[in-house]
Ligand binder design. Structure first.
Ligand SMILES: [Fe+2]
Length: 248
C-alpha cells in the first residue's frame, strides 16, 4: 500500500474527532528545541516559502476587523504557503530531507509530517486546537504541532493544558473564578482579539513560549493554544514553519 495515502476527512473525523478517542491517546508533552534550524536552513526555507510550485492561500476573513483597527485598505488575515505531498513531491525534496530526519530524531521515528506550511500571520490567531487535519493511512494518529519561527519576533504562543476534539473552548465548564493569566496579560494579549475572559477561566496555562528564529516549539495538537496580540508588541505580522504531525 502507498505509505503516504491520506485518510479522508470523514475517516479522520470518525476516528479522531470523537471525545471517546481522547483517553486512548498518548501524551505529547510541550517541548522547545533551541536552534532546531541553523541560519543556513532558515535561508533555505526563505527560498522555498515563495516558491511558485507551493500552494498559496490568502485568508482575508478578518478584513473588516482589520479595517476597523487600521483604517480602510486591503488586509491579509494570514497567508498559507503549503508544501503539499511533502514526502512525494520532488519540488520539496530539499525540505523533506532537512525536516523529516530532524523531527524524527527529536520526537520519535514513528512521527510523520502530513502537513507542512509556512504561515505568514497578519492577524493574531486566538485560542484554538490543531486537530482537524487528516493524517496518513499508516500514521493516522494526530501527535504534535511544531512551530519554527523564521525570525526573532517579540511575540509568543500561549499553550494551555486542556485537550479537546473541538476547535474553540466554548463548551468547557469554568474551572476557576479567576483567569489562568493576569489582568495585564489579558488586556495586552487577548482583549484586543475579542477573546472572552471566560475562556481563560476554563483553561490552565501550560506555558507562554517566545518566538525565536530557528527554535522549535512543539505541543499536543489537541491542546488549546493561541498567539499573543502581537500588534501590542510592535508587530504587524510574523512567519513560521508549521507542521501538524501524526504517529503510527
Ligand atoms: Fe494552531
Amino acid at each position: 500500500m502507498n505509505q503516504y495515502k491520506m485518510l479522508t476527512a470523514e475517516e479522520h473525523e470518525e476516528r479522531f474527532l470523537q471525545p471517546e478517542y481522547l483517553p486512548t491517546r498518548r501524551e505529547f508533552p510541550t517541548m522547545t528545541h533551541e536552534n532546531f534550524l541553523s541560519e543556513k536552513e532558515i535561508e533555505l526555507m526563505n527560498y522555498y516559502w515563495n516558491h511558485p510550485e507551493r500552494m498559496h492561500i490568502v485568508d482575508r476573513s478578518m478584513q473588516s476587523v482589520q479595517e476597523e483597527m487600521f483604517g480602510p485598505g486591503e488586509y491579509k488575515t494570514a497567508e498559507y504557503n503549503i508544501f503539499g505531498s511533502l514526502y512525494k513531491n520532488p519540488w520539496w525534496a530539499g525540505i523533506k530531507e532537512m525536516l523529516v530526519p530532524k523531527v524524527q530524531k527529536w520526537l520519535g521515528h514513528d512521527i510523520y509530517i502530513p502537513h507542512c506550511h509556512v504561515l505568514d500571520s497578519h492577524y493574531p490567531y486566538g485560542i484554538h486546537t490543531d486537530n482537524e487535519q487528516a493524517g496518513f493511512v499508516l500514521a493516522p494518529h494526530p501527535a504534535w504541532t511544531i512551530i519554527i519561527p523564521l525570525e526573532d519576533y517579540n511575540s509568543k504562543t500561549y499553550i494551555f493544558n486542556e485537550i479537546s476534539v473541538g476547535k474553540h473552548p466554548t463548551n468547557l465548564e469554568n474551572k476557576s473564578d479567576d483567569m489562568c493569566i493576569s489582568e495585564e496579560e489579558f488586556e495586552k494579549d487577548f482583549a484586543g482579539l475579542a477573546t472572552p475572559k471566560d475562556w481563560l477561566k476554563k483553561l490552565t496555562l501550560d506555558g507562554a513560549y517566545p518566538w525565536k528564529a530557528g527554535s522549535a516549539i512543539c505541543s499536543d495538537r489537541y491542546k488549546y493554544h493561541s498567539s499573543d496580540n502581537y500588534y501590542n508588541h510592535g508587530l504587524k505580522n510574523k512567519r513560521a514553519i508549521i507542521m501538524w504531525t501524526t504517529h503510527i
